[in-house]
Design a binder for this molecule. Structure first.
Ligand SMILES: Cc1cc2nc3c(=O)[nH]c(=O)nc-3n(C[C@H](O)[C@H](O)[C@H](O)COP(=O)(O)OP(=O)(O)OC[C@H]3O[C@@H](n4cnc5c(N)ncnc54)[C@H](O)[C@@H]3O)c2cc1C
Length: 437
């Protein structure tokens, strides 16, 4: 069925990028329609409320540098709370739990020199990177051709140091360091301290507030975007819609599933083919109280090896009566973990959580939840992986509009790539492109 109305803009995808774009256009008085494939808005922001407890199955944390996200949230009346557990982090290696301060663990005196020097080199390297246009940075090509894992090995003396650093950085980046380039890794190093703020009451409140101001149709999976004279025709199964402009607010792997007429440029297509979504299994355990909190632990632990998870965080806020612990199983570790039965997975996680929290065998969770961010075609995927060569090889092609089509999603923001801040910034940028025409 064809909808006769001609919109100023159609936004494909009601994730944070799409809703930020649509909100900005609506505030500027442009008629805007958002088409969302799923039965809910928010995309990779997925808040569940179970027995009165708010559980984030997807995005949760905001860094102090996420200024546009913070500004937008506050302008819509949302309350943010700082994650205030000053103290050391924990690091678990082959069953032994150590404590460390700062970003990288120096577990022995002998580590101090090598790991301290690596941190200094990374800090120095980040200062040389042009974050908006990384391809213009000194040695950009060389760094972009090198895997980040190799860059680290070149800066470290031994395998033990490498394994320790790999564990912590993968916990920070939530992606495999052997899949991304050194250029990407150095850029992400700048954002290593992410878990600073949370939205009280749940991250999904931001997409919900934005959606109150715009027209959203759920269950509308866009299959084609075609040129129709000087307008665009957007087809979703039985329904079609027309607009002057379209914003495809989808991560590359999902944008690539839509067919475009005229076809999108081969440059963009080959970029999409190279950028693959990564996978995360996020589990949350709800305990009767946050009994593990002490003045000296930050609530964050990194776990080396191929265990059931690589990162653990105290995810509670001051409003929570119960204690909330979230764990992240990252990248290829999901493949080993998924082979277990559900009961075995839960038990495996619980045993490791108990050893890290140093709790007794009777300190059991009230309930738990597990969400597997599988990759397309069966899921959204989690953080996308920019392999070596992408940042310098394609420069700003990823975001360049094609005819009446503009592009948004967290993956398209050069500085805060893959984060909620990146999603907001990319949405506002795409809306700005249309408003400036
Ligand atoms: C487990 C996990 C933890 C995370 N933790 C954090 C965190 O703590 N802090 C942080 O800043 N970020 C975090 N992120 C990343 C953050 O969730 C994303 O960067 C951000 O939410 C992406 O928003 P988006 O709008 O770009 O994309 P998405 O959220 O992926 O939205 C895309 C939307 O488009 C819809 N769609 C797809 N195809 C079509 C189609 N053909 N037609 C119509 N609609 C379609 C999808 O259903 C979806 O709703 C996390 C992500 C995961 C998975």
């Amino acid at each position: 069925m064809a909808n006769k109305r001609l919109y100023d803009a159609i936004v494909v995808g009601a994730g944070l990028a799409g809703l930020s774009a649509a909100y900005q256009l609506s505030v500027a008085g442009r008629s805007t329609l958002v088409l969302e494939a799923d039965k809910h808005i928010g995309g990779r922001i997925l808040t569940k409320r179970i027995a009165g407890t708010t559980i984030e199955q997807g995005a949760q944390w905001i860094s102090s540098s996420h200024l546009q996200f913070i500004e937008l949230s506050m302008s819509l009346g949302l309350e943010l709370e700082q994650h205030e557990y000053p103290g050391s982090h924990r690091f678990a290696l082959q069953g032994v739990v150590n404590e460390f301060d700062g970003t990288l663990p120096k577990l022995s005196l002998a580590d101090r020199f090598t790991i301290g020097r690596l941190a200094k080199n990374l800090d120095k390297a980040t200062r040389r990177i042009d974050r908006e246009k990384p391809w213009l940075s000194p040695q950009a090509n060389e760094l972009d051709q090198l895997r980040f894992s190799q860059y680290l090995k070149n800066n470290l003396f031994n395998k033990r140091h490498y394994n320790v650093i790999k564990t912590v950085l993968e916990g920070h980046f939530l992606n495999g360091i052997d899949q991304i380039s050194a250029l990407q890794g150095i850029m992400e190093w700048q954002e290593k301290d992410n878990e600073k703020w949370q939205i009280l009451g749940g991250a999904d409140q931001l997409p919900r507030k934005l959606a109150q101001e715009v027209d959203v149709l759920l269950g509308q999976k866009v299959k084609q975007v075609n040129k129709d004279g000087s307008f665009a025709k957007v087809e979703c199964g039985d329904h079609s819609y027309r607009a002057r402009h379209v914003i495809v607010a989808l991560p590359p792997a999902q944008a690539a599933e839509i067919s475009y007429d005229p076809p999108i440029s081969t440059t963009k297509k080959s970029m999409w083919d190279s950028i693959k979504p990564g996978r995360i299994i996020k589990s949350t355990l709800v305990f009767p109280s946050p009994f593990w909190r002490s003045a000296s632990w930050s609530g964050k632990a990194f776990i080396a090896g191929e265990g059931p998870f690589q990162l653990l965080i105290d995810a509670g806020t001051s409003r929570d009566v119960h204690g909330i612990i979230s764990t992240y199983t990252i990248g290829t570790n999901c493949l080993t973990f998924e082979k277990l039965q559900d009961d075995e997975k839960k038990q495996f996680i619980l045993e490791l959580v108990q050893s890290i929290l140093k709790c007794g065998p009777d300190e059991l969770p009230l309930f738990s939840s597990m969400y597997d961010w599988k990759c397309p075609p069966n899921g959204y995927g989690a953080y996308h992986i920019f392999p070596p060569g992408i940042l310098t090889g394609f420069e700003d092609h990823l975001v360049r509009p094609e005819g009446v089509i503009h592009w948004a999603s967290a993956e398209y923001d050069p500085i805060y790539r893959g984060t909620m801040e990146g999603a907001v910034r990319s949405g506002l940028r795409a809306a700005g492109e249309i408003l400036s025409l």
